[in-house]
Design a protein around this ligand. Sequence first.
Ligand SMILES: [Fe+2]
Length: 137
Amino acid sequence: MTIQWDTSLSVGVDSIDDDHKKLLNIINAFGSDDEKSREELTVLIDELLDYTRYHFEREEEMMAENGYYQLEEHKQEHGQFIKKLMELGIMLDTEDVEQTRKETSQFLSMWLSRHIRWSDMNYVSCLILADKAKAQA
Ligand SMILES: [Fe+2]
């Protein structure tokens, strides 16, 4: 399972869209058909953990600076995602590699597209509205 980025995933801010494209690329590497070893998948999970930590921090800073009303809920979603990624990393050490790869791919693809379409769209549109209000004041 892989997801192609298209404009329905755009939140309207280039820097955030670029981060999301990069995340999709890593996630799609789990969904490609070529067989991957336990080691290769571990490297991918680590790469994803590093990149999501960086990206989530950036988003959370932006939300905090603008006093976004759902910052805590959004942070919780991010925290749960990181926790799940770490669990998948542990699963990878002990469970069947192909089974884990499939589960990981499915979870990541669904989570990211849902998170972008609902949670990220919501905070970005609030920030854009706040900017417009500031500009008019
Ligand atoms: Fe987010």
